[in-house]
Ligand binder design. Structure first.
Ligand code: AHG
Length: 343
C-alpha cells in the first residue's frame, strides 16, 4: 500500500505532472478533507447538524440556498488550510460570491483552487454520504491579485481535480491528468492510502441516476431517453435498467466510477433561467475531468462539459456523465431534437 504523498512523488517522477507546489496543494486539500470528515462523522455529537445562522435568520449563500452549519464549517476549514502554504494565488467556493484572496501575510503561488466544500448538504441531517469537490487551475502569471476573470477557464485547463466522499469510509478520488485514482482514509494512520489505481468506467451500463420527480419539467429528448430506459426489455433498448439516486453528486458519481452507470441532472423548465442545477466550475468540470480520465464521457447534452466556455464563476450547466455509450445516446437525442426544432 502506498500513501497519497508517495503516490504524488511517483506521479512527478513518471509523468512530471505534480511539482512541489501542486503536491503541497493536493496534500493540504486532503488534510482539510480529513478535518471535514471528522466534523461530518461527529454528527449530532459535534453540534454540527442543522442550518447555519439563527432560528430567526437562517444563513443563505450566494446562490440563495440555505446554508447548513457543515457547509460553513467545511468552507472555513478549506480556506484556512490553504491560506498559508504559498501554493495558491486565490480560492473560489460555492459558498462565496467572489474569489477569496490569499491574506497579505502569506506568499502567493501559481494555482487557483475552486471547491464545493460540502456537496449534497441536504443529506447531512439524515446521515447519508456527502462530499467535497475541488478543481485546480493555473493562475495568470501577470496578475498580482487574481479576479473572477482569471478563474473563467474551460475545464480542459484543469491541472488537477478530485473529490472526497464521506461515506462508510472516507475516500479521495484524484486526477492530475494521468488516470483517476482512489485513496481510502486509514483512520488509525491518519493517511490516505491508494486503494484503486486507474479506475475504469465500463462503456455500457444498465444503471442510471436521476431525480425522476422532475420528469414533467424536462425537455422532450430527455423524456425520450429516460422513457426508453424505463421500457426495459420491451422497449427499443431491449434490456432492463436499474435506478439509483442518492442526491449527493459525489456519492452518485463515486458509484459510477466503481461499477458504471450514467448520472444526469438535465436542464428543466424550473432551472432553465439559471442554465441548469449543478455548478460548472466546482462541480461539473472536476467531475467531468475525473470521469473522462476513467474512460467515461461528460456532456451537457449538447457539448462536452470540459469545452464549455465559462461566463460566470457560479455558472450552472446540465450534466450527463458516466458510461460513454449512454452519454453518447442521450447527447444524440438532444442534437436530433435541436435539429428537428422540437425544443
Ligand atoms: P448542494 O451542493 O446544494 O448540496 O447540491 C447538491 C446537488 C448534487 O449533489 C445532487 O446531485 C443534487 O444537488 C440533488 O438535487 P435534487 O435535490 O434536486 O435531487
Amino acid at each position: 500500500m502506498i500513501s497519497l504523498t508517495q503516490f504524488l512523488i511517483e506521479e512527478q517522477r513518471t509523468h512530471g505532472a505534480v511539482n512541489a507546489d501542486l503536491r503541497l496543494l493536493i496534500e493540504v486539500v486532503a488534510r482539510a478533507c480529513k478535518r471535514i470528515s471528522i466534523a461530518v462523522g461527529k454528527g449530532a455529537l459535534g453540534g454540527v447538524l442543522g442550518e447555519a445562522g439563527t432560528a430567526d435568520s437562517i444563513s443563505v449563500n450566494v446562490q440563495g440556498e440555505a446554508q447548513k452549519k457543515l457547509d460553513v464549517i467545511s468552507n472555513e476549514i478549506l480556506l484556512e488550510a490553504n491560506a498559508w502554504g504559498g501554493h495558491l494565488a486565490a480560492c473560489a467556493s460555492e459558498e462565496m460570491q467572489d474569489p477569496h484572496p490569499i491574506p497579505d501575510a502569506y506568499p502567493k503561488g501559481n494555482y487557483l483552487l475552486l471547491f464545493d466544500p460540502l456537496d449534497g448538504s441536504s443529506n447531512i441531517d439524515v446521515n447519508i454520504s456527502v462530499g467535497t469537490i475541488f478543481s485546480v487551475l493555473r493562475a495568470n502569471d501577470d496578475r498580482a491579485e487574481p479576479n473572477t476573470q482569471d478563474f473563467l477557464q474551460p475545464g480542459t485547463s484543469q491541472v488537477a481535480a478530485g473529490y472526497c466522499v464521506y461515506g462508510p469510509s472516507t475516500m479521495l478520488v484524484l486526477t492530475t491528468g494521468h488516470g483517476a485514482h482512489a485513496f481510502t482514509l486509514d483512520r488509525e494512520l491518519g493517511s490516505f492510502m491508494l486503494t484503486a489505481r486507474n479506475l475504469r468506467i465500463p462503456q455500457d451500463t444498465r444503471e442510471f441516476a436521476i431525480n425522476m420527480s422532475n420528469r414533467r419539467f424536462w425537455e422532450a429528448p430527455m423524456r425520450r431517453y429516460i422513457d426508453e430506459l424505463l421500457a426495459g426489455t420491451e422497449g427499443p433498448r431491449g434490456k432492463d435498467f436499474n435506478m439509483r439516486w442518492v442526491a449527493s453528486m459525489v456519492a452518485d458519481v463515486h458509484r459510477i466510477l466503481t461499477r458504471g452507470g450514467i448520472f444526469i441532472y438535465p436542464i428543466d423548465s424550473k432551472t432553465r433561467e439559471q442554465g441548469g442545477k449543478l455548478r460548472l466550475m466546482y462541480e461539473a468540470n472536476p467531475m467531468a475531468f475525473i470521469v473522462e480520465q476513467a474512460g467515461g464521457a461528460a456532456s451537457t447534452g449538447r457539448e462536452r462539459i470540459l469545452e464549455v466556455t465559462p461566463q460566470k464563476l457560479h455558472q450552472r450547466v446540465p450534466v450527463f456523465l458516466g458510461s460513454k455509450n449512454e452519454v453518447e445516446i442521450a447527447t444524440q437525442y438532444h442534437h436530433a431534437a435541436d435539429e428537428a426544432g422540437f425544443i
